[in-house]
Design a protein around this ligand. Structure first.
Ligand SMILES: Nc1ncnc2c1ncn2[C@@H]1O[C@H](COP(=O)(O)OP(=O)(O)O)[C@@H](O)[C@H]1O
Ligand SMILES: [Mg+2]
Length: 508
């Protein structure tokens, strides 16, 4: 076998966690090898070991058949192995070229920057990586910054490029471009490890797939043509996942949520929403598509009363809630699945019981006069725990001990059991495993069935497409399209500002 890299019996522990247990991984010359697994499966850890950043407790690494020992990423780079992490490491105030040269022994590079600029542009061209070498990093979009990271690795002469969840920050077109670049890299004889938890992507781009579950390999180097999404999902989560959501035909009813020219600032006091008009009707799911940071968080927050509007009006069932206390929207039947589950969504130190009754402790049977009926509260929590299949030892388990999927179920139990007329669902499946995702999506469809108006804010286009009755696109704080077709290319173009350039400077 023509293995460029072999990892054998790798075990890597962190305090209290075995991140990788006796893992074997093989990378061939000129292949795109996907490392697939859900959150926490140990993908990043395994590749961070290969990139020389972590030392494993056990196991060996062979490169071109020779055993190697890495003391730093520098050692791995010297053997042609480089990793692009999920969080980039570029210096914002410096140019593309300066960033790429940083840390290299190129003594007088500052004197001949233009020479290097040309060199960068040339490598960029070779791999279809459009970058302008003399602009500063802060002027670039996230997608462009990723290209700089790739260029940096190519300039260092890597033969093996490891990319950790590279598509999570990209819009659909950018993903297409990245895939083209990856393909041209393998044509040039390079090898790529592509880390992902997304089945579709892995099926599209990989030559072979290795699956990790809870730190162990459940499938090694399989051919995408000989497997299916369902089988891969099963290997990832250890049980069957259906991929079938039932969505009925349904005519939307009366307008439940109406935004009239709503504006708001972000936390940095810069305009985040600019005069948004939007209506959501009963029994309808309106999906808001957009690249993170274009005003969608603020949109959810102004409706639920967590953020001040600087202009416009918000009506729920015809009643004005603009800049009212969050309690006003709760009383009008607004439920909220927040983006931040651990801090905004739940109280981590309180029990499941306390978390699910948060909105009901003022009402009977839980409120008894001025006191709280603990028994009634626990009884209700017990019912919700089984109805929403919250897996925990008891209803007195603190929220902080729950996994992401179970924590989200606690939130759903609390919010949905109040039979809301309006549901604001923000990134409702982010970070959940495929099985949990399907369960959450099913619950949203049930709410639609019961006549709730649902505003779905999600960065997962597939989720928006599957669930929405109507799709709107948000870009730089404006709704740039209302009622677009579920077409990734069209929506993607709108999400990135249509024909506008993606670079902040050029857009200005
Ligand atoms: N630096 C660290 N310290 C402690 N635990 C860690 C660290 N990095 C990862 N882990 C744990 O190791 C496990 C595997 O994590 P990771 O490799 O990041 O998974 P993946 O990339 O597949 O999501 C998880 O349980 C995670 O919490
Ligand atoms: Mg990871």
């Amino acid at each position: 076998m023509d293995n460029l890299v072999e990892m054998r019996g790798i075990t890597k522990r962190f305090p209290g966690v075995i991140a990788n247990e006796d893992v074997d991984f093989e990378l061939r010359h000129g292949e795109i090898h996907a490392l697939l697994g859900e959150n926490g499966a140990g993908k990043s850890t395994l590749m961070t070991v290969l990139a020389g950043l972590y030392r494993p407790e056990a196991g060996t690494i062979l490169v071109r058949g020779n055993p190697v020992g890495f003391n730093s990423p520098r050692d791995a780079i010297d053997l042609g192995i480089g990793m692009i992490h999920q969080h980039f490491t570029l210096i914002e105030s410096q140019t593309v070229t300066e960033n790429i040269l940083l840390g290299l022994d190129e003594p007088r590079f500052l004197m001949r920057l233009s020479h290097y600029d040309k060199q960068m542009a040339k490598i960029g061209e070779q791999y279809g990586l459009q970058v302008t070498p003399d602009v500063k990093i802060w002027q670039l979009s996230v997608g462009e910054q990723q290209r700089v990271e790739i260029l940096k690795m190519l300039y260092r002469g890597v033969e093996v490029l490891i990319m950790d969840e590279p598509t999570s920050v990209l819009a659909p077109q950018e993903i297409e471009e990245l895939f083209k670049t990856l393909r041209s890299m393998v044509e040039e004889g390079k090898s790529i490890v592509f880390i992902s938890h997304k089945l579709n992507e892995v099926m599209t781009i990989a030559d072979r797939i290795t699956v990790l579950r809870q730190g162990r390999v459940t499938a090694a180097g399989i051919d995408p043509a000989s497997t299916s999404k369902a089988e891969l999902a099963n290997l990832m989560v250890g049980r069957k996942v259906l991929f079938e959501l039932e969505k009925t035909q349904r005519e939307p009813g009366k307008v439940v949520l109406e935004l009239q020219g709503v504006s708001a600032d972000n936390d940095k006091r810069l305009p985040a929403m600019r005069g948004i008009d939007l209506k959501v009707r009963s029994g309808e799911i309106v999906g808001v598509a957009g690249v993170a940071g274009n005003g969608q968080s603020e949109l959810g927050e102004v409706i639920t009363g967590l953020r001040t509007c600087t202009g416009g009006r918000i009506l729920v069932n015809g009643k004005e809630v603009t800049n009212r206390h969050a309690r006003t929207s709760i009383d009008l039947g607004v439920a909220h699945i927040p983006e931040d589950r651990t801090h905004v969504g739940t109280a981590p130190n309180l029990s499941i019981t306390d978390n699910v009754i948060m909105k009901k402790y003022r009402e009977p049977p839980i409120a008894r006069g001025t006191s709280l009926d603990r028994g009634a509260a626990q009884e209700m929590a017990q019912g919700l725990k089984s109805e929403y299949t919250i897996l925990a030892p008891s209803v007195e388990t603190p929220a902080r001990n729950l996994s992401g999927g179970n924590l989200q179920r606690v939130i759903l139990a609390r919010e949905l059991s109040s039979e809301p007329s309006l549901l604001i669902a923000m990134q409702p499946t982010r970070g959940l495993d495929v099985g949990a995702i399907e369960g959450v999506q099913q619950l949203l469809l049930e709410q639609r069935e019961q006549g709730a108006a649902i505003l779905l804010i999600s960065e997962e286009l597939e989720e928006i497409f599957t669930l929405s009755d109507r799709i709107v696109v948000i870009y730089e704080g404006e709704i740039v399209a209302d009622g677009v077709e579920p077409d990734a290319e069209k929506v993607g173009l709108l999400m990135t500002g249509g024909s506008r350039s993606s670079s902040k400077e050029r857009a200005a």
